[in-house]
Every structure is written in C-alpha cells, then in structure tokens.
Design a protein around this ligand. Structure first.
Ligand SMILES: *Cc1c(COP(=O)(O)O)cnc(C)c1O
Length: 396
C-alpha cells in the first residue's frame, strides 16, 4: 500500500515546494533570546520570536523550574482528574485568574487545546458562535468541533458584527469570539465596541489573549485592562508560550461556572496529560515577577515606539501597531521573501509573509519587538533594513 501513498505524498510535497510554500527550519544552538547562535556557530539577532517580555531565558524562571522539578518531579504521568493535579497546578490557575481579574482558570497543554476545548462543552446546535474572520487557526478548529451555528464577520468590522448579531438572534445563546491582537497587522480588537454590541444583542464575549497578554494595556494585562472592561468579558484564553515565559502551556480563564463546566467536559483537558511541575513552578514565579514590576512591559513598549519611529523616518511603510508586532509593508510577494532572505544574510531574523497568510498584494515583513532587545540590537536591525531596502529599491 505505501508505494501509491508515498507517490501521492511526494507529488504533494513537490507542489508545496514549487509554490514556494515549503517551510524549512533553522536550528538554534543557544537559548532563545535577542541574540541567538545558529548551528555552525553563526550569530543572529532574533526579531521573529513571540518572546515579547524577553523571558525565554530568564534566570529566575529557570531557577523556579529547576526547584519545582527537584521538589515535585519531572512529569505527572496522568491527566488532571485521575491523579495529575498538584497544589502548584491550582496555584498557577489562581495566579492567572488574579492577573486577568477573573473568577478562575483551567490549564491546558497549549492554547491550541484551550481553544479546541472551549466551545463544544458549552454550546449546542441551538446556539451561535460569531467569529472574527482573522481569528487564529485553533479558534477555527475549536468552532469546527462544536455544533453551534457559525457566523463570521470581517476583521474588526463592527457594522458586520452587528449584522451577524441580528441574524444570530434566532439562536438560544450567542458568543462573540476574537483574537485580542491580530498577528499579521498587530492591531488590537475593538473590545470596547465588541462588549457594547454584546450587551445590546445579548451575547457572551470571548477573547484569545495570546498576543495581547503581557503587551496590551497600561501595565500589559491584556485587552480588559486596555479598554477598562473588567467584569464584561466572559472568557479569556491564552498561552504560556509567548509573553509568559515562552515554554509551553495554555489556559482558559473567566466566569466560575464556565471554568467548572470545562473541567467536567472539555476533551483536551480530560484526555491529555497535566502540565509538568516545572511549568507550574516557573509560571507561579512569572506572575510574581509581573506583579513586582512593570519594567519589562515598559521597555517592550518603548522599544516598539523607537523602532517604528526610526523605520518611518527612514521611509518605510509601517502599519500602525498597538502591540509588539510591526508590519513593514512591501506589497510584493517575491520581494518579501527576497527581503527576509537578505536580512538573514545580514544577521537579522525577520519573517516575510504573503498570500494566503495575508491578503493578495499585502506582502510584508513582520517584525516582533521584545523587551530583550537593547538599543544596539534595534539600531543594527534598522541599519540592515535601510541597507537591504536601498539595495532592493524599496527605499530611494
Ligand atoms: C500562538 C497562539 C495560539 C497557540 O498557542 P499555543 O499555546 O502555542 O498552542 C493560540 N491562539 C493565538 C491567537 C495565538 O497567537
């Protein structure tokens, strides 16, 4: 049997390659950070990690992870409800709830699982899910696993959302679902308007804080802080894999009964292993650190502002951003790939995106700014952008 299937896979892989969509991986041989070392010893500056607060190699988190491993072991060898829950799992859940000002939290192996397991336990075919067109793949998959009627509104388009809410009055319960920050443009969802519409049309509100947590809001606590919406958002999902240390782990945090029901019925929680103790130990330490000081968030914000202003002054076309993500517009797909490749040769890692990841004719370089970046890193990246921009005719 494999012969025929192998031929089919080989042809498909070749088609992916010919379309220029084949993904290759570069191996890093150092901790994740602003400066990384590649296989072979070459160094580079990293501007394409979700390491927004620069915590991926933080000594306090590493020490807390080691301590948890020494005291609580390596793995749990169980799902939570059989014998996979330690006191530190509950402590981390409570720390997350405190951070987001919610009632309670449920942990998952990843935010992909949190989103995959949030809809089906709560909603039925009688209900409606109204989802932003640019929501993350894991939300789309979670929606697919649920029998609720689906509506999709154009990205952050409140007139379209209102239309969909009117149509969805036919269903019993409605939930509006959005990413907090959209990862291609770096724009923040208009949560204040979303909450107003939700109240007008009797809908629940869910936001995925993966790219917004640690970044958006006066002290980085996410969209509820940014728009002063405490008590008005029913469900937040998020990841420990971006701002919050960058290891692994996801969560859903929100209203008590919602979290209680997920613990009873959410399949990625019930049928998948507990987070290892080291993740819980480091996570508890992380939220302690964020409570002690806002310095990392402040530095991250200053870095974005500095970088964007210098890039605009140099003549680059940058989208407005309210996050750690900066889209440098090139519009042309092959140019975006050539640009990113030349930047890599200059020792700067950025990613070129084009259709179908972004709309046709909207190709760009995405830069992700971190609190780990020092001024000298930013200046080096800007200098490389200007050099490559002139060379490729983007700048005059
Ligand atoms: C990164 C991301 C996820 C996935 O998070 P993991 O914890 O890595 O699974 C989910 N949703 C959004 C919006 C993301 O950006």
């Amino acid at each position: 049997m494999y012969g025929k299937f192998q031929k089919y896979l080989q042809d498909e892989l070749k088609a992916i390659e010919e379309a220029g969509l084949y993904k290759r991986e570069r191996n890093i041989c150092s901790p994740q950070g602003a400066e990384i070392t590649l296989e072979g010893g070459k160094k580079a500056l990293n501007f394409c990690a979700n390491n927004y607060l620069g915590l991926s190699d933080n000594p306090r988190l590493i020490a807390a992870a080691k301590k948890a491993m020494d005291e609580r072991g390596y793995g749990m060898s169980s799902v939570r409800f059989i014998c996979g829950a330690q006191d530190i799992h509950r402590q981390l859940e409570k720390a997350i709830a405190k951070y987001f000002h919610t009632d309670d939290t449920i942990l998952y192996a990843a935010c992909f699982d949190a989103n995959g397991g949030v809809f089906e336990p709560l909603l039925t075919a009688e209900d409606a899910i109204i989802s932003d067109a640019l929501n993350h793949a894991s939300i789309i998959d979670g929606v697919r696993l649920c029998k609720a009627v689906r509506y999709r509104y154009a990205n952050a388009d409140m007139a379209d959302l209102e239309e969909k809410l009117k149509e969805a009055q036919a269903q019993r319960f409605r939930i509006i679902v959005t990413d907090g920050v959209f990862s291609m443009d770096g724009n923040v969802a208009p949560m204040d308007k979303i909450c107003e519409l939700a109240e007008k049309y009797d809908a629940l509100v869910m936001v995925d804080e993966s790219h917004s947590a640690g970044v958006v809001g006066k002290t980085g606590h996410g969209v509820a802080e940014e728009f002063n919406l405490y008590g008005r958002i029913d469900i937040h999902t998020g990841t420990l894999g971006k701002s919050f240390g960058g290891a692994v782990g996801g969560f859903t945090t929100g209203r008590q009964e919602i979290i209680d029901m997920l613990r009873q019925r959410s399949r990625p929680y019930l049928f998948s292993n507990s987070l290892p103790p080291m993740i819980c130990g480091a996570g508890i330490e992380l939220f302690k650190m964020l409570e002690e000081s806002d310095d990392l968030h402040t530095k991250q914000q200053e870095n974005v502002k500095y970088f964007r202003e210098k890039m605009l002054a140099a003549g680059f076309d940058c989208k407005p951003t309210q996050s750690a993500i900066l889209a440098v517009m090139l519009y042309d797909a092959p140019l975006s790939q050539k640009f990113a490749a030349r930047m890599a040769e200059e020792g700067i890692f950025v990613t070129g995106f084009y259709y179908p990841v972004v709309p046709k004719g909207q190709a760009r370089i995405r830069v992700q700014i971190s609190a780990a970046h020092e001024k000298q890193h930013l200046d080096k990246a800007i200098a490389a952008f200007i050099k490559v921009g002139k060379e490729l005719g983007v700048l005059k």
